[in-house]
Design a protein. Structure first.
Length: 89
């Protein structure tokens, strides 16, 4: 799908490879933009450590470097957006 000139994939399965065993759809990323950024969308009472770790795991499994975690269940969206980096950019 193209959105404003950017390649955007939604609900993208992320496979896991372990000792030549491939599990095709073990995780599903909400949005991947230009095969560079994963955007993980939440609408929950509070973002917990598990949500940060989930995004970091997606980044490690895909080899991507940048992720954004967003919680829409808030009165202040600017305080509910978190940037995560896998390694160094």
């Amino acid at each position: 799908m193209q959105t404003k000139g950017l390649k955007v994939q939604t609900q993208t399965p992320i496979p896991i490879t372990f000792k030549s065993l491939i599990i095709d759809s073990s995780f599903i990323a909400d949005i991947i933009v230009e095969n560079k950024v994963i955007i993980e969308i939440k609408s929950i009472e509070e973002i917990g450590n598990v949500h940060h770790k989930q995004l970091l795991t997606y980044l490690k499994l895909t080899g991507l470097k940048l992720g954004i975690l967003v919680n829409f269940n808030t009165d202040h969206i600017d305080k509910s957006i978190y940037r995560k980096i896998n390694g160094y950019i």
